[in-house]
Design a binder for this molecule. Structure first.
Ligand SMILES: NC(=O)c1ccc[n+]([C@@H]2O[C@H](COP(=O)([O-])OP(=O)(O)OC[C@H]3O[C@@H](n4cnc5c(N)ncnc54)[C@H](OP(=O)(O)O)[C@@H]3O)[C@@H](O)[C@H]2O)c1
Length: 324
């Protein structure tokens, strides 16, 4: 399989190269693509070094599968080109997620929807949250999800990690530089602002609502969240308050989590450091909710560069191999 990674120099792209290697994806030739800024630089892929090419000059006709790891504006430019050239595309951006004819897939939940030529990879928080909630939804039928998220800097890309680290260093030395990636300085701080505001919600909060409904194929589910950026380098956390149609049981919920793929029980609770570099989404503190009827509350943590992006994309790629 001739594979291109578009956005190979970014936070998701680099992780995707590592996941392709680790899962022994059947790559016969690999093309690392980015903008003119990083064309000519070199990246590791297993024991080889590959040269990054300018995506503008790339002939997509020479590859079979493209993992798209660029922002949605850039994806909108390249995805149609790649498909016209005959490639299958797994897109990590939000550009095509809500298109009715584009499957939006978490393989553990709706992997049977994967089909060529284009599959969208969900928003990172949504993927992590739903891997944990899907087994409970299958058993008791989720009606309502209220969530507060605690999202790592790396969710905003490679430049965001650098900004958190440099601002932390500056703050320790007594200065407070102006942010350029984030809306506020993240060092020793947090803010409920991820993505642009659309009315009183942010885009990130709306993605959790809309993508949850699409992936679970449950347009009636009500979702409300506060998505908050926190000064963690890697791995997102979610406090989830979930109302079901039937009466749930916390002990049974623990069993369901233990038996389900892609998710692990981690008592008493997981932290972002526990989840860093792990494929599985970790869940702890499952209890009957004290304020809501027929409800559980639980704590979910996942490495958003893996299950929220690169790993989920490669798992979709593995499903595509079966139908291409
Ligand atoms: N970070 C996460 O946790 C996460 C999770 C889920 C989904 N996503 C989505 O995944 C995508 C990538 O995110 P990221 O965090 O990896 O971003 P990032 O670290 O900022 O990387 C962006 C990548 O896009 C490339 N790029 C930028 N402009 C380009 C252009 N005009 N032509 C070709 N390549 C271009 C960059 O290449 P240069 O080196 O040349 O600038 C870089 O490789 C986004 O759509 C994001 O929303 C991210």
């Amino acid at each position: 399989m001739r594979v291109a990674v578009l956005g190979a120099t970014g936070a998701v792209g680099r992780e995707l190269l590592a996941v392709l290697e680790r899962r022994r994806f059947p790559v016969t030739e690999l093309f690392a693509l980015a903008s003119a800024r990083s064309a000519g630089s070199r990246l590791r892929f297993g024991s080889a070094e590959i040269e990054v090419q300018n995506a503008d000059d790339f002939d997509f006709g020479i590859c079979d599968l493209v993992f798209c790891c660029v922002d949605s504006d850039v994806a909108r430019r390249f995805v149609p080109r790649a498909i016209e050239a005959g490639c299958c595309v797994v897109d990590n951006s939000s550009a095509y997620r809500m298109e009715p004819d584009v499957p939006l897939v978490v393989p553990e939940i709706n992997g049977d929807e994967v089909r060529p030529p284009l599959v969208a990879n969900p928003n990172c928080t949504t993927a992590i949250t739903l891997v944990a909630l899907a087994p409970l939804h299958r058993h008791w039928k989720m009606r309502r999800l209220v969530a507060a998220t605690y999202q790592a800097a790396s969710g905003a890309g490679a430049a965001a990690i650098s900004e958190l680290l440099s601002h932390t260093d500056a703050a320790l030395k007594g200065s407070r530089p102006e942010p350029s990636v984030f809306p506020r300085s993240l060092a020793f701080n947090l803010f409920p602002h991820i993505g642009d505001f659309v009315g009183s919600y942010t885009k990130e909060e709306l993605k959790l609502e809309q993508e949850t409904r699409k992936i679970l194929n449950e347009p009636q589910i009500k979702v409300s969240s506060f998505c908050v950026r926190v000064p963690v380098v890697r791995a997102h956390s979610v406090a989830a308050f979930v109302c079901f149609q039937k009466q749930p049981d916390p002990k049974e919920a623990e069993q369901l989590i233990t038996q389900s793929p892609g998710v692990e029980l981690h008592n008493p609770y997981p932290t972002p450091l526990d989840a860093e570099g792990k494929d599985a989404v970790l869940v702890g503190r499952i209890r009957s909710d004290a304020a809501l009827e027929r409800a559980l509350s639980l704590w979910i943590v996942g490495d958003q560069l893996l299950k929220g992006a690169a790993l989920n994309a490669v798992q979709i790629g593995e499903k595509l191999l079966e139908v291409m």
